[in-house]
Design a protein around this ligand. Structure first.
Ligand SMILES: [Fe+2]
Length: 227
């Protein structure tokens, strides 16, 4: 299904910029690039929440198609601090991958995913968004700066993260996570702490800086494995 560009135009008006949504700096990388590690898609992926009826009943229908997750139902704006996250979809030779479908999903400011049953969710947060990489492999979202969460009575404790899934462009889908530098809990996190390679840690732990328009922003490049 084609992705509408209307949300991007609305977002540009919202930000008040005539320039591109993608003012982020390109991070220099020397090929061959190490592929982005896969991380489980988990139970809260809105298009397929584990296939369980319990979750499926709450799956978003229709799924929002926007780049701006801070805009929720009935035109409401989300609670919490907006950030811009974007980057490039690359192959291991460092070439841009155009036309890839890029999805993200994450908890709202109250710590709940969009598909969680009975949760006191923020109705102003879309919880899920999709973009398509352009000819230079670029994608971008405006979303909420996430926080960590606990589940199952504290048995699972996650540092702040955004789930990301890249598919299409003739390649198998890759699910991973966007992490944040200087985040409490990173080293205790079972996924973040597992990545020891310094090059991958530098790429996967986003450093947020203040953009010209006042939004916090960070770069997250995705390197797809060779097909
Ligand atoms: Fe998660």
């Amino acid at each position: 299904m084609p992705v509408s560009h209307a949300p991007r135009r609305r977002l540009l008006r919202l930000i008040g910029r005539a320039a591109t949504l993608w003012p982020l700096a390109v991070v220099a990388q020397t090929p061959p690039l190490k592929p982005t590690p896969a991380v489980t898609v988990g139970p809260f992926y809105p298009p397929d929440p584990m296939g369980l009826p319990f979750f499926r009943a709450q799956a978003l229908d229709p799924l929002p198609k926007g780049y701006d997750l801070m805009s929720g139902r009935d035109g409401r704006r989300a609670e919490g601090e907006p950030i811009r996250i974007g980057g490039r979809i690359l192959d291991t030779a460092g070439r841009p991958v155009a036309g890839a479908t890029v999805e993200i999903w994450q908890v709202d400011a109250r710590g709940h995913y969009a598909v969680e049953v009975g949760a006191d969710r923020d109705p102003g947060f879309a919880g899920y968004g999709v973009d398509r990489s352009d000819a230079e492999g670029r994608y971008a979202f405006v979303t909420l700066r996430p926080r960590g969460y606990a589940r199952y009575g504290g048995l699972i404790r996650r540092a702040a993260h955004i789930h990301i899934r890249v598919a299409g462009a003739g390649r198998p889908p890759l699910a991973s996570e966007i992490w944040f530098a200087d985040e409490p809990g990173n080293e205790r996190d079972s996924f973040v702490g597992r990545i020891e390679d310094p090059v991958l840690r530098e790429r996967m732990l986003v450093r947020l800086t203040r953009g010209d328009d006042g939004l916090w922003q960070g770069v997250f490049d995705v390197v797809l494995p060779n097909a």
